[in-house]
Design a protein around this ligand. Structure first.
Ligand SMILES: [Zn+2]
Length: 236
């Protein structure tokens, strides 16, 4: 969707509203309410990659017929990634890891191990800064390309997929991705493993929603995910 056109329409409505309000045809509170509503709308569409508003992302595979699901782990590689690899080996499962460039530099051997074991690797920016939603297009391009560079230098791998940190896809990110050419991978089952502090609740949350072709969002930085896998011995 062309955000600029939407933005212009909203500004035109605001201008007309302001004029009507000035001549006391409508209440000023109506204008304030409209502005607040628009800000909320922009926040929602910018922080929910699932909405496909700015970029068409892949969130699941509705054509999956063999009952398979995709396990995806964000924010590594970290020490805990080794435990996850051990668990995946145990159940002979391949997963996808969306790695942060800085962490790849910190744990190059773990990153190499991910690929040696045949797991899929994607780009999750270089720094994963909390200011991601406020970066310019040029800064976002730099974040993505710097992570690509680290992947190439350390693992001789060239990711063509990208998962946006915090699910943020705003107009600047839309422009950045048009430049870098990465495909965006979202998810349709969120584990909230970085927020929920009970492995039982995390597992229940996933199991309750899961169906064939789903993409599960997990984090290899979270030890709870391993705990629940060992305790419940799922048949993945
Ligand atoms: Zn992340």
């Amino acid at each position: 969707m062309n955000f600029k056109i939407l933005h212009r329409i909203v500004l035109s409505i605001l201008l007309i509203g302001a004029l009507l309000s000035a001549f006391q045809y409508i209440s000023g509170w109506l204008i304030i309410g409209f502005i607040m509503g628009y800000i909320t709308f922009v926040l929602v569409i910018s922080t929910n990659v699932q909405l496909n508003f700015f970029v068409r992302a892949f969130h699941n595979n509705p054509l999956e017929e063999d009952g398979r699901i995709a396990l995806t782990f964000d924010d590594g590689p970290v020490e805990n990634t080794l435990k996850i690899l051990e668990m995946l080996d145990k159940y002979q499962v391949k997963a996808s890891f969306f790695c942060i460039g800085k962490n790849i530099e910190k744990h190059p051997e773990i990153f190499k191990l991910l690929m040696q074991k045949g797991h899929f690797v994607g780009n999750h920016t270089y720094s994963h800064t909390r200011k991601m939603g406020f970066l310019t297009t040029a800064q976002l391009v730099d974040e993505i390309q710097k992570c690509d560079k680290v992947c190439a230098e350390i693992g001789e791998v060239f990711p063509n997929t990208f998962r946006p940190p915090f699910g943020i896809i705003n107009p600047n990110m839309q422009r950045a991705l048009a430049i870098t050419g990465h495909k965006v991978i979202g998810w349709n089952v969120r584990s909230y493993d970085a927020i929920i502090k009970s492995e039982k609740l995390i597992l229940q949350r996933i199991i309750r929603r899961i169906k064939a072709g789903d993409v599960i969002l997990l984090h290899d930085t979270q030890e709870l995910s391993i705990e629940e896998a060992h305790q419940n011995k799922p048949h993945i």
